[in-house]
Design a protein around this ligand. Structure first.
Ligand code: IMP
Length: 189
């Protein structure tokens, strides 16, 4: 079964392919000839995920799913949340986002946070959504070189390593997106 994952983030595609196994052929936006930036103008993860999936389905006529993820930091009242990707403004930069996050948490001792992913699936004429949450805390400095985004400063609950120090398989097992993908896969199967 062929299905488009509405992203061009190679790391995400890799993560999802690893979680899905061989039962699905996952194609990226590039592979369906979609080179424009997808609209995501909402102020919730749910809104943005469906907006992206709907855009692909309407313009390219393929079944697809889209994800939207936010990092919610308790001491910052849930920020950066839905704005995680452009926390430090445009152009998007993981490094500047992390620097701003660490600056805003300077001197803060309660550093609990969670990643939340919503996956919106448009299959045939049906809409479905799946959610995954990973709880953890924001460290005071970057550790590790793997992953992407806020991974070097996010330490998942029950681990003494950051997401950036885990292998892709280890991260997939416990991550927000891994959990949301698991629900998606269970549904598709
Ligand atoms: P997106 O909605 O998946 O594009 O995620 C928005 C932003 O959240 C990204 O630009 C990253 O900064 C961050 N993010 C999403 N997923 C992850 C992850 O697995 N690890 C670290 N940061 C992430």
């Amino acid at each position: 079964m062929k299905i488009c994952f509405a992203t061009n983030n190679k790391k995400k595609i890799e993560e999802v392919k690893a979680a899905l196994g061989d039962s699905f052929i996952i194609v990226s936006l590039e592979e369906i000839g979609c080179h424009e930036e997808l609209p995501e103008t909402g102020d919730t993860l749910d809104h943005n995920a469906f907006q992206k999936a709907r855009y692909v389905k309407d313009n390219y006529g393929v079944d697809c799913f889209a994800d939207d993820t936010g990092l919610e930091v308790d001491a910052l009242n849930g920020a950066p949340g839905v704005y995680s990707g452009r926390y430090a403004g445009e152009p998007r930069s993981d490094e500047r986002n992390i620097d701003l996050l660490l600056k805003n948490l300077n001197g803060v001792s309660v550093r609990s946070a969670k990643f939340k992913t919503v996956i919106a699936l448009l299959l045939n004429d049906e809409e479905h959504s799946f959610e995954g949450i990973a709880k953890g805390e924001i460290l005071k400095e970057k550790t590790g070189t793997g992953g992407f985004g806020y991974d070097p400063v996010f330490k998942p609950e029950g681990f003494d390593k950051t997401f950036a120090e885990l292998s892709m398989e280890e991260k997939n097992e416990i991550s927000h997106r891994g959990k949301a993908v698991k629900s998606l896969v269970q549904f598709l199967k």
